[in-house]
Write a protein that binds this ligand. Structure first.
Ligand code: HDE
Length: 704
């Protein structure tokens, strides 16, 4: 793939090592004569202490591992660019947001709870970290794919993480929140109610990293040239729409391809299907800080788009895979404290706690304070200061002055104010108050927005939330915890609580559990506090259901279920139509290698019923031909289409293959397209655009 040489790419390329046509050397560059045999006294004798070449190799190997991230350990990264497309210069002085400016970025998506090698399809929040290499230094927008958080104050962060991670005695379960310690914590923290409904919704099992939204979560501040503050919430809106898999699918994908999301992102970029997101902002004038029924500093709250619309200010395109996972994705150090002029923190107490943690953890994880010098972390505009030494220092500072002020070094590096240049300036803010460990009662309404989210979902999405809570709480062994959580759900929505209760054989209590109340009163002595009337009770933007007439099938994978003797004409007709819409047909047959067509000629098969699973595809097409008789006898084929049906995906059958539907549980139904009944290709594409045919799910489950 042709590489675009922006300054970040150049900075990385300068460090790329290519071993092609090179002799192997030690780490000191000494050519290695024999890389197979250690030095021994006689060819059957003991190894010699003087084998420096072997020690050089083993010493490096022994130290290849670094601590994985304590959270968000599992991640996938990509390079790209961000282009600012709107004039917001009256709101922020941020240089990279000036209309028309193009800035290199590196993005890392992650799950939160699982270890580095865990499955991509865990039910979990996804991290959405973006490093902008701006001309005024690096800016990191370290967000998630869910716009709210479990807790309101940074003090509770290690606790929520300990609760969700595998339990400390037996280190189980991996990458899963369905266990006692997590729900014990959540059921004692009513502030987690809102986020827990998001995590139990389809948002927590995205179809693709390319098909999820991103959120800055906290309220931040924009500062303009005159020093005026505007509060801001950040949103990433995916051009491919927001989509999920079904929970039953997620569990199976985890078995078939634990790298499902990583592979999908990698392949899309390699294929030139560059994923794109628009960056949106919700702007709140400083004077309106206290205007809403909720506190904009509370990270368990969204600002509904109906109240403050999202304005698009730029587009991000990911167009280059890393050369090396460790050097780039693993060593990338993100830090929400890393701001550029024109952007500032708000007083959100969760955000304030993050300002310390990231720098601290990078120092530990990357082995000392010089991690900024790793190619992936270096600012492209250069770093000039008097900091020096430390493990693995790479910059070689010229001259004999490393202090300020100095005269010997010409007073350099000088600070921006001395020459009237732009430097980072914190927005002015009047601050008053006693030193206290307290929480504002404006943070005490824990259920109104949880209800807003649940009410904004379609009936199918609500059903998924109910099923997810039922699954998770069924896995909880302690019945007191189940009851406590049910009581919380009952505060949110009666239907939600009673449906989950039915599945657990429990009747939800009317009020919060005394233990939950006791903990809530530690933060708010008068809890529960009468909530303010919400401005909106439903927000369309929160549902993921595709609206009629919308939707795209770009980059969707369609399984063409074939075998030797399949009709080329029947394959090609559908292939052409799908490729025109940007979808990806994939031929699946009984073995890899050559596939012979009915009309003669061959195709190369890379995917088989053996290696691939129905859950990895978005839709299914069975072409006609002599293959039909073979497929009729192939249980793996029948499993493929049954499962596709169960997961509400579109299925198309060419005229001569229609009888195959009857071999499974599939009948004439929504999203099941028979060529004899209409326009095969157009109908198929129309159904695929909806992402799923959810109506089929409610009452037409089939075994698979
Ligand atoms: Fe993080 N978080 N976090 N977090 N977080 C980390 O930093 C932390 C929070 C998020 O792709 C760690 O480099 C505290 C909210 C992402 O490399 C650590 C608090 C949001 C990533 C850390 C929070 C996030 C991290 C672990 C509460 C959404 C992955 C490794 C006060 C807005 C970054 C690391 C990447 C990673 C601390 C809460 C997002 C320990 C103390 C809220 C996307 O520093």
């Amino acid at each position: 793939m042709k590489k675009k040489k922006n300054s970040e790419v150049k900075q990385i390329d300068d460090h790329v090592v290519d071993n092609k046509d090179r002799v192997m050397t030690t780490n000191d560059g000494v050519p290695v004569f024999d890389n197979n045999n250690t030095l021994k006294a006689g060819n059957r004798g003991p190894s010699l202490q003087q084998d420096h070449i072997f020690f050089d190799k083993l010493m490096h190997f022994d130290r290849e591992r670094i601590p994985e991230r304590v959270v968000h350990a599992r991640g996938s990264g990509a390079h790209g660019t961000f282009e600012a497309t709107a004039d917001i210069s009256s709101i922020t002085s941020a240089n990279f947001l000036k209309k028309g400016t193009v800035t290199p970025v590196f993005v890392r998506f992650s799950t939160v709870a699982g270890f580095k090698g865990s499955t991509d399809l865990a039910r979990d929040v996804r991290g959405f970290s973006v490093k902008f290499y701006t001309q005024e230094g690096n800016y990191d927008l370290v967000g998630n794919n869910i716009p709210v958080f479990f807790i309101q104050d940074a003090m509770n962060f290690p606790d929520v993480v300990h609760a969700v991670k595998p339990e400390p005695n037996n280190e189980m379960p991996q990458a899963a929140s369905a266990h006692d310690t997590f729900w014990d914590f959540i059921s004692l923290m009513p502030e987690a109610a809102h986020m827990s409904i998001w995590v139990m919704s389809d948002r927590a099992i995205p179809r693709s990293l390319r098909m999820m939204e991103g959120f800055g979560v906290h309220t931040f501040k924009f500062i303009n040239e005159a020093g005026k503050t505007t509060f801001v919430k950040f949103h990433w809106k995916p051009r491919l729409g927001k989509h999920a898999v079904a929970w039953n699918e997620a569990q199976k994908i985890s078995g078939f391809d634990a790298d499902f999301h990583r592979r999908d992102l990698w392949d899309a970029i390699e294929n030139g299907d560059f994923p794109q997101w628009d960056l949106g902002v919700q702007l709140i004038p400083e004077e309106d800080e206290m205007k809403f029924s909720f506190d904009i500093l509370d990270p368990t709250k969204i600002i509904p788009e109906e109240l403050v619309p999202v304005q698009i200010i730029g587009t991000m395109t990911l167009n280059r895979n890393p050369e090396n996972f460790f050097a780039e994705t693993e060593q990338a150090a993100f830090d929400p404290g890393r701001l550029v002029p024109g952007i500032d923190f708000s007083d959100d107490p969760l955000l304030q706690g993050r300002i310390f943690s990231y720098m601290d953890t990078q120092n530990y994880r990357l082995g000392g304070p010089n991690f900024h010098e790793l190619p992936i972390n270096r600012p492209i505009n250069g770093k000039h200061n008097n900091q020096k030494d430390g493990f693995a220092r790479m910059d070689i500072l010229k001259g004999n002055t490393s202090y300020f002020p100095n005269s010997q070094g010409g007073g350099c590096p000088y600070h921006a104010m001395l020459k009237g240049e732009v430097g980072y300036e914190t927005g002015k803010q009047e601050v008053q108050g006693n030193k206290v460990r307290e929480r504002s009662d404006s943070f005490a309404d824990h259920f109104t927005q949880a209800r807003l989210y649940f009410n904004s979902l379609s009936p199918e999405e609500q059903d998924h939330v109910i099923n997810a809570f039922s699954f998770e709480l069924s896995k909880v062994k302690n019945e007191d915890i189940r009851k406590r959580e049910l009581a919380i759900l009952n505060q949110v929505d009666k239907h939600l609580a009673s449906s989950v209760g039915d599945n657990l054989g429990l009747t939800p209590a009317k009020s919060l559990d005394p233990l939950t109340l006791q903990f809530a009163r530690q933060n708010h002595p008068n809890y529960p506090i009468q909530p303010k009337k919400p401005e909106v009770e439903r927000s369309e933007a929160l549902s993921m259901k595709v609206k009629p007439g919308e939707g795209t099938i770009v980059s969707r994978k369609v399984a063409f279920l074939v075998d030797n003797g399949v009709s080329k004409a029947s394959v090609d007709k559908m292939k052409k139509a799908l490729e025109k819409e940007g979808a990806m047909p994939v031929l699946i047959s009984s073995k890899v290698g050559k596939l012979t067509f009915k009309e003669g000629g061959e195709a190369e098969i890379q995917h088989t019923y053996l290696t691939d699973a129905s859950v990895a595809f978005d839709a299914f097409y069975t072409p006609e031909g002599d293959s039909v008789a073979k497929l009729a006898k192939n249980p793996d084929y029948v499993q493929f289409i049954n499962e596709g049906f169960r997961h509400c995906k579109a299925l198309a059958f060419a005229k001569g293959a229609e009888e195959l539907a009857a071999k499974s549980f599939i009948e004439k139904d929504a999203g099941v397209i028979f060529e004899s009944a209409g326009d095969l290709t157009a109908d198929f594409i129309e159904q695929m655009k909806q992402h799923r045919i959810w109506e089929r799910e409610m009452d037409r489950k089939v075994p698979s």
